[in-house]
Design a binder for this molecule. Structure first.
Ligand code: MRU
Length: 367
C-alpha cells in the first residue's frame, strides 16, 4: 500500500545487508517512524512490545528474526535458541509457530555456514507469499462484497464493520480483512467502514483508521460498544474481521471483543465473515475456546492511555483509581456456529471442518 504516495511494505531487508526495517506501529497514527532490527533480541522485542503486530506480520518478523539470530550464531544450538526466543514472544497467533516450524525444517539440515543466507532468502520468500495470500483473500472476498452491495438501495454505501487491525499493517501488504475492502473501493464500489476503536490498545482507532484514511476509504471510528446498536438500526451490512488462529473446525480466535460483535451480528441477522489466510489455520486443534492459548497482557494497557496532547506532545494519562485491579485478555474465540463464512485465499467456505478440508485437501484430516 502507499504512504504519502510511496509504495510500502511493513517489513523489508535493509540495504546495509545486516538488518531488517519495520514500521514502528506503536507511534502511529501521529508519527510515521521506521526501525532497524539488527539482532535476534531486537526482533523478539519488536514482536513482544507490538512495534510489529498482527498475526501474519508476527510470522514474517520471526522469520527475519531467525536470520538475525543465525548471523550471530549459525550452530545447531544457535538455531534452536533463536527459535525458542521467538516462539515465546506472543502465544496466540499461530502464524508465529507456522513460520518458525517451516523455517526450522528448511534450515536445520543445512551446514551452519549456509544457514544465515538461506534464512534471509526464506524470510523474503515468506513475505512475498504473504502478499500473494492476502491479494487472494481480496479477490475471493470481492464478489461477496459486490453481492451484498447489490442489495443496497442505489447510492447507499455498503457498511462494513471491522474490529482491531487486520489491515496491511498487520500483514506484509494488503491486509486480510481489508484486502477485499481495498479492492472494492478501488473498483468503484461505494464502501464505508465502521472502525471499532479496539480498546485497550486501540488498533482500530490508531491503525485501521490511519490506513483507510491514507487510501481514501470512507470510514467512521466508533467505540467498541456501539456495534450492536448500529446493527439494530440497520447500519451494518456485514462484519469482516481477521483472525490470529482458526481451528480445523472453523472457530475463529481474534482480538478481544470480536466474539461480542459476532453475537450481536447473529442476533440481528448481519453476516459475519472472517478473513483467514491458510497460515492462520491451526489444523491440530478443533475446539478454540478450550485449546487456544489466550495472551494476557499488562494491566497498564487498561489503566493508562497514551496519545497526543493539544500541544502536540505525546502524553500518558491514568484512567483508573490507584489500587483497582485490571485484567487484560488479548483475544477471544468466536465459535464456528456464529461465523457465516471464512474468506481464504482459495475461496469462501462455511466455517466447518468439511468446508475447510474441501479447500485445503492436502491438510491432515481434523482429529
Ligand atoms: O494484538 P494484535 O494487534 O497483534 O492483534 C491483531 C489482531 O487481532 C488481528 O485481527 C489479527 O492478527 C489478524 S491480522 C491480519
Amino acid at each position: 500500500m502507499k504512504v504519502k504516495g510511496h509504495a510500502r511494505r511493513t517489513i523489508w531487508p535493509e540495504s546495509d545487508g545486516v538488518s531488517v526495517g519495520v514500521i514502528d506501529q506503536t507511534r502511529l497514527p501521529h508519527d510515521f517512524a521506521t526501525l532497524r532490527l539488527g539482532t535476534l533480541a531486537e526482533a523478539a522485542h519488536a514482536i513482544r512490545s507490538m512495534q510489529v503486530r498482527g498475526a501474519p506480520l508476527i510470522g514474517a518478523t520471526a522469520a527475519y528474526g531467525l536470520w538475525l539470530g543465525l548471523r550471530a550464531d549459525p550452530t545447531d544450538a544457535g538455531l534452536q535458541q533463536a527459535r525458542t526466543t521467538l516462539l515465546t514472544t506472543r502465544p496466540t497467533a499461530v502464524n508465529l509457530r507456522w513460520a518458525l516450524d517451516r523455517a526450522f525444517a528448511h534450515l536445520q539440515p543445512l551446514p551452519p555456514a549456509a544457514r544465515a543466507a538461506a534464512a534471509a532468502a526464506f524470510a523474503a520468500a515468506l513475505c512475498d507469499e504473504d502478499v500473494a495470500i492476502n491479494r487472494g483473500i481480496g479477490e475471493a472476498g470481492l464478489p461477496l462484497l459486490r453481492a451484498l452491495a447489490a442489495k443496497k438501495p442505489a447510492g447507499r454505501p455498503l457498511n462494513i464493520l471491522t474490529h482491531c487491525n487486520a489491515g496491511w499493517l498487520a500483514t506484509v501488504d494488503w491486509g486480510t480483512a481489508t484486502a477485499p475492502i481495498y479492492l472494492a473501493h478501488d473498483a468503484g464500489l461505494p464502501v464505508h467502514v465502521w472502525v471499532d476503536e479496539t480498546r485497550p490498545r486501540n488498533q482500530g482507532a490508531s491503525l485501521t483508521a490511519w490506513e483507510l484514511l491514507n487510501h481514501g476509504v470512507p470510514h467512521t471510528v466508533i467505540v467498541d460498544n456501539a456495534g450492536g446498536h448500529l446493527m439494530q438500526h440497520g447500519e451494518v451490512d456485514v462484519v469482516l474481521v481477521g483472525t490470529d488462529r482458526t481451528t480445523a473446525h472453523g472457530d475463529v480466535c481474534n482480538k478481544i471483543g470480536t466474539y461480542l460483535k459476532a453475537l450481536a451480528a447473529h442476533d440481528n441477522g448481519v453476516p459475519f465473515y472472517a478473513a483467514v489466510p491458510a497460515p492462520s489455520i491451526d489444523w491440530t486443534i478443533c475446539d478454540g475456546v478450550r485449546e487456544i492459548p489466550i495472551e494476557e497482557r499488562a494491566a497498564a494497557e487498561i489503566t493508562r492511555l497514551t496519545g497526543r496532547a493539544d500541544d502536540g506532545r505525546m502524553t500518558t494519562i491514568t484512567l483508573t483509581p490507584e489500587g483497582s485491579a485490571a485484567a487484560n485478555p488479548g483475544f477471544d474465540v468466536t465459535p464456528a456456529r456464529l461465523v457465516t463464512g471464512l474468506i481464504t485465499e482459495r475461496g469462501v467456505t462455511p466455517a466447518t471442518a468439511g468446508g475447510l478440508r474441501r479447500l485445503f485437501p492436502e491438510k491432515a484430516p481434523a482429529p
